[in-house]
Design a binder for this molecule. Structure first.
Ligand code: SAM
Length: 292
C-alpha cells in the first residue's frame, strides 16, 4: 500500500532527537572552526540503534548472543565502540582505507571506554581482507558498500565476507530506497546549536546507476562547510542486493524495515521489523540480514 511516509539517510528516530542535544558552545561554531567528523557523527551515526539491531538480528537468527563484531568501512568506528561498551566479553575489528577517521575515532570514541582500544583491532586495509578472528556479525553501515559500482565487485565483496564469517555468522547491511531516493534534492535538518545538516542527493544516472551525493553543514553565522563529505555510489535496489547475497552463497537474505513514529508520520520510530515485502513509501530505510 502506498503511503506518504518519508525516511531518508539520516532521518528517522535514529536522528530525530539530535536537535535537542545541541551544546551551547556549538552556537559559536562556523565552517572554519567546526570538526567535520564530530558534526557527521551527530548528524548521521546512530550507534545505539544500530547495535541494538545487530544484537537482535543475531539473537533471532541463532538463538544466542553475538560477541565478535567486524565493522567494514568503519570510519570513526562509532558503532564498534558502542558494541564494546555493551559487554566486557565483546571484541571488534574495523576495516577502513583512510587513517584520518580511524585516528579521530581512536581519540574521540574509544577514550570513553574503560579499557580504551584493548578489545578493538583496526585494519588500515580494504574490506575484502580477512579478519583476525572470525566474526559473529559483520556489518557495513551507512550504505558504504554502495562504493562498489559493478555487480562482480559487490559479489566479490559479499563472497569474501561470507568466507570470513564464523560458521553461524551473519552479515547486516543497511540500505535505502523509494521514489524520492532517486530524486535530485536537498534535505535540511537541524542538529542543534543552530547548525543545519544538509543531505544533498546531487545526481542519479538511470543508465549506469551512478549516484552522487554530499553532506554540507550550515552555521548560525551564515557560513557553510560545503561538501564536508562526498559520495560516488551506485544506487543498488534491495532486490538486486538480495540476489547478489544469495549468489555469494548466503542461505538467506531478509529485509527489515523501520516502523513509523506515532507522533510524526514523516519519521521512523527506530524499530526495525522483518517484513519480506515492505511498504511502498516515498522513501524508506532498512537492513538486509544475510545468514551464512
Ligand atoms: C560513508 S563512510 C562510512 C563510515 C562509517 N561506516 C559510518 O557509518 O560512519 C565510508 C568509509 O569507507 C572507507 N572505504 C571506502 N572504500 C573502502 C574499501 N574498499 N575498503 C575499506 N574502506 C573503504 C572510506 O575511507 C570511508 O571512511
Amino acid at each position: 500500500m502506498a503511503s506518504s511516509t518519508k525516511r531518508r539517510p539520516g532521518k528517522g528516530k535514529k536522528n530525530k532527537d539530535k536537535e535537542k542535544n545541541g551544546r551551547k558552545r556549538d552556537r559559536k561554531l562556523n565552517a572554519k572552526t567546526a570538526d567535520r567528523y564530530d558534526l557527521y557523527q551527530r548528524a548521521v551515526n546512530s550507534p545505539e540503534t544500530d547495535v541494538d539491531f545487530l544484537i537482535k538480528a543475531y539473537e533471532q537468527a541463532r538463538g544466542k548472543k553475538p560477541h565478535h563484531l567486524r565493522e567494514d568501512f568503519c570510519g570513526t568506528a562509532a558503532l564498534a565502540a558502542e558494541w564494546l561498551s555493551r559487554d566486557a566479553g565483546n571484541s571488534a575489528e574495523g576495516f577502513d582505507l583512510d587513517p584520518e577517521p580511524i585516528e579521530w575515532g581512536k581519540r574521540n570514541n574509544f577514550t570513553k571506554l574503560e579499557d580504551g582500544e584493548a578489545r578493538m583491532t583496526f585494519h588500515l586495509k580494504d574490506v575484502r581482507n580477512p579478519a583476525e578472528k572470525r566474526p559473529d556479525v559483520t556489518t557495513a553501515a551507512n550504505f558504504s558498500y554502495w562504493c562498489f559500482h559493478e555487480r562482480k565487485e559487490l559479489l566479490g565483496y559479499f563472497q569474501s565476507v561470507r568466507a570470513d564469517l564464523a560458521d553461524d555468522g551473519i552479515l547486516v547491511v543497511d540500505l535505502f530506497g523509494g521514489p524520492e531516493a532517486l530524486t535530485e534534492m536537498e534535505e535540511v535538518r537541524r542538529i542543534g546549536g543552530g547548525i543545519e545538516y544538509v543531505w544533498d542527493q546531487k545526481t542519479w544516472w538511470p543508465g549506469s546507476g551512478e549516484y552522487e551525493s554530499a553532506i554540507h553543514f550550515r552555521f548560525k553565522d551564515g557560513s557553510e562547510m560545503r561538501s564536508a563529505f562526498e559520495y560516488s555510489w551506485r544506487f543498488w535496489h534491495l532486490t538486486e542486493i538480495k540476489d547478489v547475497l544469495l549468489d555469494a552463497g548466503f542461505v538467506s537474505a531478509e529485509p527489515y524495515f523501520e516502523g513509523t513514529d506515532e507522533d510524526d508520520e514523516e519519521a521512523g520510530d527506530g524499530i526495525f521489523e522483518h517484513d519480506p515485502r515492505g511498504e511502498n513509501c516515498e522513501a524508506w530505510i532498512g537492513y538486509l540480514v544475510a545468514k551464512k
